[in-house]
Write a protein that binds this ligand. Structure first.
Ligand SMILES: Nc1ncnc2c1ncn2[C@@H]1O[C@H](COP(=O)(O)OP(=O)(O)OP(=O)(O)O)[C@@H](O)[C@H]1O
Ligand SMILES: [Mg+2]
Length: 162
């Protein structure tokens, strides 16, 4: 993530999203469990009910995105990854920012017999929408999920617990 990232982002529709938090970790496999903990501690219980399968879906997706950053970019060679979590009207967003791969970007593999190339298919299957954008030399990969599948009704916008 670039420094000084805005606290609000436009979803491309009418509504802004609020940045709930961001966490930067070393680009190593052992960081992945912390990514999951951060996801859970940020969204539960204010945005996702404890035990909601939405959280399991989100955890699978951020696992894949973090693993990709570590495996395919400079993040995994002494760099870092950043996860940022956002909430907007009807949407929860997870973003993973890496240190870049000389301009290479995520690409959905289509070879059905390939031994790898499944991660982004999992992301596409579980997220409502996903995509990526350049972020300095790195890439931010984002995935959106429908809010309000759990206890909270976010129709009025993000409303963290008091
Ligand atoms: N953050 C990223 N930056 C640059 N390239 C990426 C990034 N994430 C994925 N890629 C590219 O997209 C390809 C597909 O990613 P995907 O996660 O689907 O498969 P994989 O990581 O190769 O294998 P698997 O996830 O099944 O272990 C990768 O092989 C890699 O070339
Ligand atoms: Mg992968």
């Amino acid at each position: 993530m670039t420094s000084g990232k805005a606290r609000y982002a436009w979803t491309g529709q009418k509504d802004a999203m609020e940045l709930l938090g961001a966490l930067t970790l070393p680009g190593i496999e052992r960081s992945v469990p912390y990514v999951r903990l951060f996801l859970r501690d940020t969204f539960v219980p204010g945005y996702v009910a404890p035990g909601d399968e939405l959280l399991a879906d989100m955890a699978l997706v951020v696992d894949e995105l973090a693993a990709n950053g570590i495996r395919h970019t400079a993040s995994g060679r002494g760099g870092k990854i950043t996860i940022a979590l956002w909430a907007g009207r009807g949407v929860l967003r997870a973003e993973v920012t890496d240190d870049g791969a000389n301009g290479a970007r995520p690409v959905v593999r289509t070879d059905p017999s390939g031994e790898s190339g499944r991660g982004l298919h999992i992301v596409a299957a579980l997220a409502k929408a996903w995509g990526h954008r350049p972020d300095g030399p790195g890439t931010t990969v984002w995935a959106d999920f429908p809010a309000g599948r759990g206890q909270r009704n976010l129709a009025a916008g993000p409303r963290p617990l008091a």
